[in-house]
Design a protein around this ligand. Structure first.
Ligand code: AMP
Ligand code: TRP
Length: 326
């Protein structure tokens, strides 16, 4: 059975981009693989965090994992900082990385905005991510396609170490969703939907009220041409809404285009509101149950224990190869 690992940062509520680009795959993969899903709290402190909020968000994301359908009995759900191996392997991999390759990471370039001095944690972020993945002999990493470059770096590091020190790491593969891999902002459909965008109307969070979902979709940017057609270049707004419609309804985009032939954007948007509200309602309900139950902390403790049991022998292997310890 293949081993799957992925992680989500505990910053703010997850939006439908996170869900369609990542979490939905997490759930599906449980049927065919051994899955490990992490709340990567140590990645979050690469930018300033309020300690109380961070802890709250860690529990929120863990509850959302369960709410979207990750089964804590079959899969491992845990918080990154609860397993020491992540920080340990991070250092070893840091010593096999180059500042040149790290400074080419687009996410780093965007987040540091070309400033001469940026937080070192932001710079090292991809190495910690590589440590997360390689610590578990991971085969497959399901992520949104914005993480492609980080997965490539992880593979490069694994291959580099294997070549220099002998077989140490399993070289993982990214699994990127084809359609729906990138959900765009509702009010600015050429930018990706993001937790950090200023406008609340740019995104739909998994726990949003139906009234907010309706407002955001009805206001979503379209174009003046009319015609529900998929054409990312000329109609980025409608194309993004079609992707969301298709992902939630399971219908092909071509089929949806046909259904709305000769009809306006208003009809299409109204139906999309219903589809989205119906898809999110059970997630919201389950979230409230899990988040308020003492079971959540027990799930995370059990998950950390099971994760650690996999990580410790891998770390021993790494230390052996590098000649670390006595
Ligand atoms: P983040 O919120 O950046 O920690 O992302 C968590 C997961 O959601 C990662 O696998 C991302 O690639 C994915 N993701 C984030 N934003 C989007 C988006 N707009 N569309 C698709 N996937 C996304
Ligand atoms: N960098 C990822 C993101 O922003 C989160 C992440 C951290 C991750 N470690 C990981 C994803 C390991 C997959 C595997 O979405």
């Amino acid at each position: 059975m293949k081993r799957v690992f992925s992680g989500v940062q505990p910053t703010g509520n997850l939006h439908i981009g996170n869900y369609l680009g990542a979490l939905k795959q997490f759930v599906e993969l449980q049927d065919e693989s051994e899955c490990i899903y992490c709340v990567v709290d140590m990645h979050s402190i690469t930018v300033p965090q309020d300690p109380k909020e961070l802890k709250k968000h860690t529990l929120d994301i863990a509850a959302l994992y369960v709410a979207v359908g990750i089964d804590p009995k079959r899969s491992i759900i845990f918080a990154q900082s609860e397993v020491a191996g992540h920080a340990e392997l991070n250092w070893v991999l840091t010593c096999s990385s180059y500042t040149g390759e790290l400074s080419r990471m687009t996410q780093y370039k965007q987040k540091s905005r070309g400033e001469e001095s940026a937080p070192a944690g932001l710079f090292m972020y991809p190495v910690l991510m590589a440590a997360d993945i390689l610590l578990y002999d991971t085969d497959i990493v399901p992520v949104g396609d914005d993480q492609k470059q980080h997965i490539e770096l992880t593979r490069d590091l694994a291959i580099r170490v294997n070549n220099k020190y002998g077989e140490t790491f399993v070289v993982p593969e990214g699994r990127f969703l084809k359609s729906g891999a990138r959900i765009m902002s509702l009010d600015e459909p050429t930018a990706k939907m993001s937790k950090s965008a200023e406008s609340e109307m740019s995104r739909i969070s998994l726990l949003d009220e139906p009234s907010k979902i309706k407002k955001a979709i009805m206001r979503a940017t379209t174009d003046s041409e009319g015609g529900v057609r998929f054409d990312v270049e000329n109609k980025p707004g409608i194309s993004n809404l079609l992707t969301i419609y298709s992902s939630f309804s399971g219908k092909d985009i071509a089929e949806i285009e046909k259904d709305y032939e000769g009809r306006g954007y208003g009809d299409f948007k109204k139906d999309l509101v219903t589809i989205t509200v119906d898809a999110l309602a059970p997630i919201k309900k389950r979230f409230e149950e899990v988040r308020n139950s003492p079971e959540l902390v027990a799930i995370l403790k059990d998950g950390a224990e099971r994760a650690n049991a996999i990580a410790v022998p891998v770390m021993e292997r790494v230390k052996e190869r590098f000649g670390l310890g006595i």
